[in-house]
Design a protein around this ligand. Structure first.
Ligand code: NAD
Length: 321
């Protein structure tokens, strides 16, 4: 069995590796050769923790396994990150445990890859202003991956707690793109692409604030009850997602679906656009919205890259198991 510890991931896996791996698995999902199994997420009744599993199997790459982990709110005071996850990969031919891989950085990279892939396939080619809503841990990964997808000339950002926008300013400055903190009206009026990556349970961005032609990547809503944009905005957009079942139950589309504003049949898997079986954006005026709910197959895809890289570089830790 191979172990790839958390501290080794940064030296093994790049954002572009993750983009390629996630794009391939989204495509495999839309071809029905990869599927996610039902998600388990439970409150433990201990340490205020939420714990769960996301698992699946890709018959094309033979990635089989699960990501296990969750949210421990008290971890910050212990010097640990609140979100903890580990990926377990199994041999698809024998069921033997193949690898245990640190999943914290990989989660941020695979989530940023998903929104970047949506921008790559759905944003207008002439998109020049990127809007960021949210400035937490995930946001800098999101910004970095998004800036690689178009010739963005400016980043505008909003966060509930404005000082945290320094995190986005630092990434934009490092990549040579000007950054400005703005209110939500200006953000919607200026941005061609908007990423939402917050833990909000109420709509932040309203339909009236978003221009025709905008591409939205709604990435924060991954649990029943969470919400980042007004359901009327979801209903006004052409909606794409990683997985339709998750989109209408725990993703951003859950509220529009519950209110009867959007049917599951109106939502398209991003993999269909990657495969060329759906045209994606069809006009410069259309609002496109990617509901990135986060699927286990993304985790298996990027963890598999980490294992391959560790083997290639001769740094894989192998143990008899
Ligand atoms: P974080 O705790 O570091 O940051 C939280 C962010 O949400 C901050 O910007 C904060 O200001 C904002 N926020 C919190 N409550 C808000 C409110 N009521 N209104 C507006 N903004 C509010 O979290 P993070 O690690 O950056 O993760 C952000 C979100 O992304 C979480 O909800 C997390 O569950 C989700 N997430 C989704 C995926 C996926 O695959 N879709 C993957 C990882 C994380």
């Amino acid at each position: 069995m191979i172990i790839v510890p958390e501290h080794a991931i940064a030296g093994l896996v790049s954002a572009s590796d993750c983009l390629e791996a996630v794009e391939q698995v989204f495509a495999a999902m839309a071809r029905r050769s990869a599927r996610n199994f039902p998600v388990i997420r439970e409150a433990l009744g201990h340490a205020d923790a939420l714990y769960g599993f996301k698992s699946g199997f890709d018959r094309e790459s033979l990635a089989l396994g699960l990501k296990s982990g969750g949210f421990w709110p008290g971890n910050i005071s212990r010097g640990l990150t609140n979100h903890q996850s580990t990926v377990f990969l199994f041999d698809a031919d024998t069921g033997a445990c193949r690898a245990v891989v640190g999943g914290n950085l990989l989660t941020a990279l695979r989530t940023a890859a998903a929104s970047a892939i949506s921008i790559k396939h759905l944003a207008r080619p002439d998109a020049r202003v990127l809007g960021m809503i949210g400035a937490g841990h995930q946001s800098s990964f999101q910004l970095r991956a998004a800036l690689a997808q178009r010739h963005f000339e400016k980043v505008v950002g909003w966060n509930l707690h404005q000082p945290d926008l320094a995190r986005l300013n630092a990434v934009a400055t490092e990549l040579g793109v000007p950054f400005e903190a703005v209110d939500l009206d200006r953000l919607g009026a200026e941005a061609d692409v908007i990423i939402t990556i917050t833990s909000s349970f109420d709509p932040i961005l309203m339909a009236a604030q978003v221009r025709p032609g905008t591409h939205l990547a709604c990435m924060g809503t991954d649990t029943a009850g969470k919400q980042e944009v007004e359901p009327a905005l979801v209903a006004a957009a052409t909606v794409f997602t990683d997985e339709i079942t998750q989109s209408i139950t725990l993703g951003e589309a859950q509220h529009a679906a519950a209110q009867g504003l959007l049917a599951a049949a109106q939502i398209t898997e991003l993999g269909a656009v990657i495969n060329g079986t759906h045209p994606g954006r069809t006009s410069a005026q259309e609002i496109t919205l990617f509901d990135g709910t986060g699927v286990g197959l993304q985790d298996l895809a990027v963890a598999s890259v980490a294992v391959d890289r560790a083997l290639d570089k001769g740094v894989a830790i192998t143990v008899d198991f």
